[in-house]
Design a protein around this ligand. Sequence first.
Ligand SMILES: Nc1nc2c(ncn2[C@@H]2O[C@H](COP(=O)(O)OP(=O)(O)OP(=O)(O)O)[C@@H](O)[C@H]2O)c(=O)[nH]1
Ligand SMILES: [Mg+2]
Length: 299
Amino acid sequence: MSQEIDTQALIEERDALRHALAVMKHKLEDTHNNSTLAKVKSLFISKGISEVWLDKVVGELLSGGMIDKHILEDKTGLLSYILEEIDNTLQIVPESLKASKIIMLVGPTGVGKTTTIAKLAARYTYLMDIPYKVGILNLDTFKIGAFDQLGHYAEIMELEHLTIDSLEAFIQGLKYLEYYDIILIDTAGMSPYDTQKFIRTVEFVQSDMPKELEVNLVLSATVKYEDMYDIYHSFSFLNLHSLILSKFDETKHLGTLLNFMLLYQVPMSYFSIGQEVPDDLVLASKEYLLEHFIGDLDG
Ligand SMILES: Nc1nc2c(ncn2[C@@H]2O[C@H](COP(=O)(O)OP(=O)(O)OP(=O)(O)O)[C@@H](O)[C@H]2O)c(=O)[nH]1
Ligand SMILES: [Mg+2]
């Protein structure tokens, strides 16, 4: 038994060494900086993909043993290899409405939470094969006195809509909507550094839920990497189900976003691609991301 373990450990060590050597070798080759591989890598790096991730992927290609070494001279082959690896790494959560559930959107201020709630409400109520019964709870009481954007959408769609100002009212609201297929919950925008609002949201999330709760983080596709990281980490303790990415129409450069998704492998559920309710919402798709990214690579 222990001999088997030793052999296994040796094999793992050998593979790790082989991998490290392959990475070192291609780093050395890169120093000449005119190899096809170096050029392809620097193209991806210039579009926001991290060198760490590229080195890992290229290292795997080189240590595979079975590769045709000509691929290293073949720009198109290398490009498609890396794009395929991006495609394999990205995570999508398929839309599933079989079970009745509660969907809460959280995120920084102004990213499109309320607009997305309106789009989802319209989608589930009017745009699916079967109509779902949708109710809305609004936890954003920081905007009291301001125009009730969500109430306005709910009235147009003739949907039940309750504004909630306490934990008690929240529990009552959930009870009131108990027999609805989907309860959508809008929340106040929170900066990742706003501890008070976080504590309040955690109270709601941790209360007794009559149905499964999915907390989705809305993140703008235009945010820079460091902010994306901070936002994701501050919200991640709400036990996130997926990311909804918004404002795709406001950027042509998806490298930073892709890079974040590659390093953290966070599942994505929907993309918001403009302001129009309900049209500008699509299911998250790798094709959509890659098509736009390739457009940028070509540009
Ligand atoms: N271009 C573009 N604008 C969007 C998109 N989604 C929302 N918006 C706009 O962004 C602005 C803010 O949207 P809201 O839905 O109010 O954002 P929010 O996250 O609810 O904002 P707070 O509640 O203040 O935190 C509005 O003008 C929306 O029309 C999108 O995908 N693309
Ligand atoms: Mg809002």
